[in-house]
Design a protein around this ligand. Structure first.
Ligand code: KG4
Ligand code: ZN
Length: 409
């Protein structure tokens, strides 16, 4: 069963191809076109620009992905002429995607239908214009090739990324017994902490496909906080990885350097009895500290590094505290981490340590970095683990849902 997966919920254009059998999940291709350079000057994602880039990138990535997997076959000449019959429907579906329309029409006229059984696409949550580009693209291919679509929730993708192969940078990799490990080895209920640029949620996983949001951020997401703090400090975008780098530099320096600056930021909502978060105050606290320093200190490496380390630790402290609280309250033995911020090394190390301290038998699961940040492999995995036949729909029924929630209550 071959799945083509499409993910365009934010600023990364992602295409993946996977082959799922009853037992194993093989990732055949996993491509990402990052827009970081484009959004850097805005210090965040600019949705209409991101949409434009998705339109430019999708066909290029699809072609590359099909080439890598030997699935891109030219049409014979006589077939080429048939394109005009169905053209008007494609124009209708891609009516708001002018750049993509032109590229897609050329592609469909030139190449044969590849041997794909399902198209999995992220329908939400995410940025409305960006989601629609991916959804409209999926609909066009599904219509033209007459194959069903599996709509996927982006957050569910981040959770189920934990079942993707864990063997480094090799794209063509395989998860043996993927369904088995997902359904039997993991003890349900499990808890997932999903931390990204748009979301910070603690989710109770009753079983795959059944979720309940226990708590979430009331304002900024953890990744968003890192992005905003990095902007205050003049570090660039995206903030998470740069803050992590700066913080790491400090830890190799003598302790004295840190103490000299003595930065202490709040741990927002650390003691509240719920599972919610709030990170916007943290950003404000960073700004206040920054403004009270002399221009010389502000620009100094030591200050930037000390601030990065303290801000990172503040986020880590609350994320771990609230998740472990949920783990205790729900007597859970499997804890999963996902989303872009899960790529943070310190968070991973400290989280694992705390989970082990709480219960040495508990399992702490986090995927390799490239599957933590946005990718389409996780969308393919989510479609695969859901028994595709049950979730698949006709293309006409699919629409983007920017505010989609994962909770079933
Ligand atoms: O999941 P993701 O790729 O996109 C969204 O769905 O939002 O997450 C992107 C976020 C950004 O805010 C970025 O700053 C953060 O993840 N991020 C990190 C790291 N790598 C990416 N945050 C902390 N440490 C990292 N190493
Ligand atoms: Zn994401």
């Amino acid at each position: 069963m071959k799945i083509l997966a499409i993910e365009t919920s934010c600023d990364d254009t992602c295409i993946a191809l996977a082959d799922g059998s009853a037992k194993d999940f093989k990732l055949l291709s996993n491509l990402i076109s990052s827009q970081v350079k484009i959004h850097k000057k805005w210090g965040g994602v600019y949705p209409t620009l991101a949409k434009r880039e998705h339109q430019k990138n999708l066909i290029m990535l699809l072609e590359q992905s099909l080439t890598e997997t030997n699935m891109l076959k030219l049409k014979v000449k006589s077939e080429k002429l048939k394109i005009t019959d169905k053209n008007s429907k494609i124009k209708e579906i891609l009516g708001r995607e002018k750049i993509l329309l032109e590229k897609t029409t050329k592609f469909l006229a030139k190449y044969q239908k590849p041997r794909i059984d399902y198209i999995a696409v992220t329908i939400g949550p995410g940025l409305d214009p960006c989601l629609w580009t991916g959804v409209n693209f999926a609909k066009t291919l599904a219509y033209w090739w007459n194959i069903p679509i599996i709509p996927v929730n982006h957050i569910e993708g981040h959770i189920l990324a934990n079942f993707l192969p864990k063997i480094g940078e090799n794209t063509k990799c395989k998860t043996k017994n993927a369904k088995q490990s997902a359904k039997n080895i993991i003890k349900f209920p499990a808890i997932a902490l999903i931390v990204s640029g748009g979301h910070t949620q603690i989710i109770l996983i009753k079983k795959i496909g059944q979720y309940k949001i226990l708590g979430e951020t009331r304002d900024d997401a953890a990744g968003e906080a890192f992005d905003k703090i990095a902007r205050i400090l003049g570090l660039g975008y995206p903030g998470g990885p740069i803050i992590a780098q700066q913080a790491e530099k400090l830890s190799t320096r003598p302790r004295r350097a840190n103490n000299q600056l003595s930065i202490k930021l709040p741990r927002p909502m650390f003691r509240t009895k719920d599972y919610d978060f709030s990170f916007s105050g943290l950003k404000t606290a960073v700004l206040y500290d920054y403004l009270k320093r002399s221009p010389k200190i502000r620009k100094s490496k030591k200050y930037i590094q000390a601030m990065a380390k303290e801000a990172q630790q503040s986020v880590i402290d609350v994320l771990i505290k609230k998740t472990i609280k949920a783990v205790k309250d729900y007597r859970v033995e499997t804890i999963m981490l996902g989303g872009g911020v899960a790529a943070n090394k310190e968070l991973r190390i400290q989280f694992e340590r705390k989970v082990q301290e709480y219960n040495p038998k508990a399992k702490f699961i986090v995927s390799i970095n490239k599957f933590c940040t946005d990718n389409a492999a996780m969308i393919a995995m989510a479609a695969y683990l859901q028994t595709p036949g049950k979730r698949a729909m006709k293309w006409e029924k699919i629409k983007a849902e920017p505010n989609l929630r994962i909770s079933d209550n």
